[in-house]
Write a new protein. Structure first.
Length: 130
């Protein structure tokens, strides 16, 4: 339903990079690579996540166990804020909802988990789509 199989607007960067965010946030963020990948697997911490974007949609790329990458919409089901990678979980900065690395609610006020987003690993990179 949320999977995109179409083309992406590739960022001019040649490789996926981790970029330090401005504005006082240290949320790791992937920049889409010229090959259309969302990130390199190695850029996603094992037992953690990074923020990324796919076709303009904010997503979270999760590597709960080494080599297995899943993704979720970063849009909080509570009131639509952007959920960010936390310490082994996914955290909404607006009202404190917390999600585990499967997108399930750990703490509200969100009552529903994060919406899955289809990704696949090809080689050392993560691409949108099943
Ligand atoms: S919008 Fe995420 S907890 Fe309220």
């Amino acid at each position: 339903m949320l999977a995109r199989t179409g083309s992406f607007t590739a960022v001019a960067a040649g490789v996926a990079v981790l970029a330090a965010c401005g504005g006082g946030s240290d949320t790791p963020t992937a920049t889409q690579a010229a090959d259309g990948s969302l990130a390199k697997v190695a850029d996603i911490p094992v037992g953690g996540a990074i923020a990324a974007s796919a076709g303009g949609q904010k997503i979270l790329l999760v590597q709960a166990t080494a080599g297995e990458v899943t993704a979720y919409s970063a849009i909080c089901p509570h009131q639509g804020c952007t959920v960010a990678p936390g310490n082994g979980e996914l955290d909404c900065p607006c009202h404190g909802s917390r999600f585990d690395l499967t997108g399930a609610v750990l703490a509200g006020p969100a009552k529903e988990g994060l919406t899955p987003f289809d990704v696949r690993v090809e080689g050392d990179a993560v691409f949108a789509g099943a």
